[in-house]
Design a binder for this molecule. Structure first.
Ligand code: NAG
Ligand code: NAG
Ligand code: NAG
Ligand code: NAG
Length: 536
């Protein structure tokens, strides 16, 4: 019988190389000073500039803009510390540096120009302009952006271009010109804080990581069946009785404010999701008479199902509740959920049966649609814009043209195509479920996904606003959150920012190796992406 080793060598040579012929050192060699996600247009030479952090400053034409001043301070610190700790003392002396091939001078300042005024009160939104241009060819060097949001993205890019020279201690960057903007306006990360409570400090650190990856929407899946950690102003009993713990495991109004502000400083929208009518079991702990009582043999079982669409008080409550949400969160869009509604409880309930008969409803899908329609009207009357999970669209609820369809099931592309063909704006998440685990660095399959992998007209493609990586938290808590999300979500971040097919997988692997080390150096507990390797 032929042994595995001989079989391997005879038939699947490439596999054998990884299995048997091992060189010392990292499996994937990290790049130096390369940007993640890859910019739209970049020209880099082999010449380099030196940065001496103690003699480096940003200058700007809008010193009154606090968002910019804060961003300049953050990035000055990142450059100065080159991650954590103080930057090392250069091992070269003056003359040695200038004699190295390609030496192009010292970069002592970068001028940051905004083309519009910025007072510092700006709020990131679905229409924000994140484009920027960088000219780091020598002195003077510039970052030019139409808005503060582009400037923030450009500063991130500049910070990534800088790396240690061969001596391991001198900070340098290749002379570079970049003109950059995102391919998609909506580049999100969903965090579920209901299945497990994710503490505020981790959510803040996660916002830093999102900024390092140019993601711009924190989709906060705040509540679900298992817990209701949002402390409402109007309905404090929701978290009092619905959270895992009424004070230790909740987000207070102050926490929410802090998170919104921290995100705003980084050009990140905080979009909440209050998923109804399903996924609401925890809501019923604090507010009575909103869930459907389940029946068996003509008697209530003591169990509860989705919100009760036949109850008027549900709509009164929903209106009051979303009125609060729309005033607490500056973001225009609210995710209204609408996924995975189980019909068994509705089927069992005689009051629901009667209600459906009275209203000539022949299916539970129709009943669900009745609820969603009313919910959409309520939220839109309050001035909110909406997103819904794909079921709402697939079930044929009449959606306002602007309501975004969030595709999450199957491969995603079929429903994505249907949504845009029907003229609906859409987001893709199906292929970016971070809770699905493979072995290894586990980012390659996320890198294969692309919202533009659909056969559609230019006009239809315009309706694809982007996508979201999703971290459902059944098996994630504060101990493993960061390392499970990063750098796996970075794969989605590049797909959403960069041109289609901007990089091959093997090229991306090298850049991701560097990017992961970069995140580690900045305090993000990202896991190794590519097998054996190291960060300095
Ligand atoms: C940067 O310059 C060095 C030489 O100084 C060169 O080896 C390297 O390939 C350059 N990087 C890029 C991205 O061109
Ligand atoms: C910025 O504000 C100043 C003074 O308020 C004004 O003179 C200038 O025209 C504004 N610039 C732009 C680009 O709006
Ligand atoms: C919504 O879109 C459809 C199809 O594109 C169009 O026929 C209809 O007029 C639009 N409705 C509104 C209110 O804009
Ligand atoms: C894409 O769609 C067009 C129009 O429906 C069709 O003619 C074409 O064959 C499709 N192409 C692919 C690759 O499916």
């Amino acid at each position: 019988m032929i042994g595995w080793r001989d079989f391997c060598i005879a038939f699947v040579m490439p596999l054998c190389i990884t299995a048997y012929i091992v060189n010392p050192g990292p499996v994937v060699k990290a790049t130096k000073g390369q940007v993640w996600p890859i910019p739209e247009k970049q020209d880099t030479t082999t010449n380099f500039l030196i940065i001496n952090p103690t003699h480096f400053e940003f200058q700007t034409n809008v010193p009154q803009c606090s968002l910019l001043t804060n961003a300049l301070n953050r990035y000055w610190n990142i450059i100065n510390n080159h991650g954590v700790g103080n930057v090392r003392q250069s091992q070269y002396n003056e003359r040695e540096i200038t004699e190295i091939d390609g030496y192009s001078g010292k970069l002592s300042s970068i001028k940051v120009y905004l083309k519009t005024n910025c007072t510092g009160d700006e709020v990131p939104s679905d229409t924000m302009d994140e484009s920027y241009e960088i000219d780091l060819m020598g002195v003077p060097s510039t970052l030019i952006a139409p808005t503060i949001w582009g400037a923030i993205r450009g500063l991130e890019t500049i910070s990534q271009l800088i790396y240690y020279a061969e001596d391991g201690s001198t900070l340098i960057l290749n002379t570079t010109k970049i003109s950059d903007k995102p391919r998609f306006p909506f580049r999100g990360l969903l965090v579920d804080t209901s299945r497990h409570f994710i503490p505020k400090d981790i959510l803040l650190k996660n916002l830093d990581a999102m900024a390092y990856n140019k993601l711009n929407v924190f989709h906060w899946h705040l509540t679900d069946d298992h817990s209701f950690p949002y402390q409402s102003i109007k309905f404090p009993e929701l978290s009092q009785y619905g959270a895992y713990h009424p004070s230790a495991l909740i987000y207070t109004q102050q926490d929410v404010k802090d998170i919104i502000e921290y995100a705003r400083q980084r050009g990140i929208r905080v979009m909440t999701e209050f998923d109804t009518p399903g996924h609401t079991r925890s809501w019923g702990e604090g507010v009575s008479d909103i869930l459907t009582p389940c029946y068996e043999n003509n008697a209530p079982t003591g169990m509860y199902g989705p919100l009760d669409p036949s109850a008027d008080n549900v709509y009164t409550f929903i209106k009051e509740f979303f009125e609060e949400i729309i005033s607490v969160f500056p973001e225009n869009y609210v995710h209204l959920g609408g996924d995975e509604v189980g019909f068994e409880c509705w089927e069992s309930n005689p009051k629901i049966t009667q209600f459906m008969k009275d209203n000539n409803m022949v299916s539970y899908v129709a009943l669900e649609s009745y609820y969603i329609q009313k919910l959409l009207d309520i939220v839109h009357d309050l001035g909110g814009k909406s997103l819904v999970w794909e079921e709402v669209f697939v079930n044929g609820v009449e959606l306002p043209n602007k309501t975004i369809v969030h595709v999450w099931k199957g491969d995603g592309y079929t429903v994505l195509k249907k949504a845009i063909a029907a003229g609906k704006p859409a987001l893709l998440s199906s292929c970016w479920y971070l809770d699905y685990l493979k072995t290894g660095g586990d980012w390659d399959k996320f890198y294969e996904c692309d919202p533009h992998n659909v056969n559609a007209t230019e006009e239809e493609l315009e309706l694809i606003l982007g996508g979201e990586a999703c971290m459902w938290s059944e098996s994630v808590n504060k101990y493993n959150f960061m390392s499970r999300v990063w750098p796996r979500a970075s794969a989605a971040a590049e797909k959403l920012w960069s041109r289609k097919d901007a990089a091959t997988y093997s090229e991306a692997a090298q850049r991701l190796e560097e990017h992961t080390c970069r995140m580690n150096a900045r305090g993000i507990e990202a896991q190794p992406p590519n097998g054996p390797g190291y960060c300095l």
